[in-house]
Design a protein around this ligand. Structure first.
Ligand SMILES: Cc1cc2nc3c(=O)[nH]c(=O)nc-3n(C[C@H](O)[C@H](O)[C@H](O)COP(=O)(O)OP(=O)(O)OC[C@H]3O[C@@H](n4cnc5c(N)ncnc54)[C@H](O)[C@@H]3O)c2cc1C
Length: 162
């Protein structure tokens, strides 16, 4: 729909922009695009790691969050944006025209050029990162429980490469 407000990315910025626009009873159709079915409430990722909250609590689906809001959710990864033609191409093959575009695609993990930081640390932005870190901690605890050597035990962190 060429008269729509197209919001790319359903994180805090994109999701709340979409809901706010509907609250203001904006007359244009509002379309929210994200590559995932569910929102991630990042401030509670620590509690997911410590098993104080369940995944469903911090990752509600966009269908749940946008129910009856008037916002249309589209699943897909943004592949390209043509600002001149006002068109966005998704990896699903779908193409969207827009009147207004909101880019809210977030950021990526940065290491500020620190040598070794990427190899010896875990990213912590998504549930999969939490599960990888949790598994690593459990493995290290098992290893520590099995070793009799106190000094010189090699339990320095090193992240398994994907
Ligand atoms: C562990 C942790 C704890 C935090 N705690 C706090 C806190 O307590 N208080 C606070 O103020 N901030 C906190 N933050 C920071 C806060 O989460 C970020 O500032 C916020 O998420 C940024 O919102 P955003 O919408 O810009 O990006 P994001 O939340 O990253 O959202 C970007 C969205 O874009 C989607 N996307 C990306 N690329 C594409 C693509 N090509 N196609 C389609 N969709 C795409 C992603 O799936 C994602 O849903 C925390 C962050 C982390 C990692």
């Amino acid at each position: 729909m060429a008269d729509s407000i197209l919001i790319l990315g359903g994180g805090f910025v994109g999701l709340f922009t979409a809901l706010h626009l509907r609250q203001l009873q904006c007359s244009c159709p509002v379309i929210l695009v994200d590559r995932s079915w569910s929102f991630v409430f990042k401030p509670l990722l620590y509690e997911l790691l410590s098993s104080e909250v369940k995944l469903e609590l911090i990752c509600p689906t966009y269908d749940e969050l946008l129910h009856n809001s008037g916002v249309t959710f589209v699943l897909g990864a943004v592949e390209s944006i043509d600002l001149r033609q006002k068109q966005v191409q998704l990896n699903s093959g779908l193409q969207y025209s827009y009147r207004h575009l909101v880019m809210a695609l977030g950021s990526t993990t940065g290491y500020l050029g620190t040598p070794g930081a990427e190899d010896h640390s875990f990213p912590f932005r998504a549930p999969d990162d939490v599960f990888a870190l949790g598994q690593h901690l459990r493995n290290r605890l098992q290893l520590a429980a099995q070793t009799t050597a106190i000094a010189g035990a090699n339990i320095a962190p090193s992240r398994p490469r994907a």
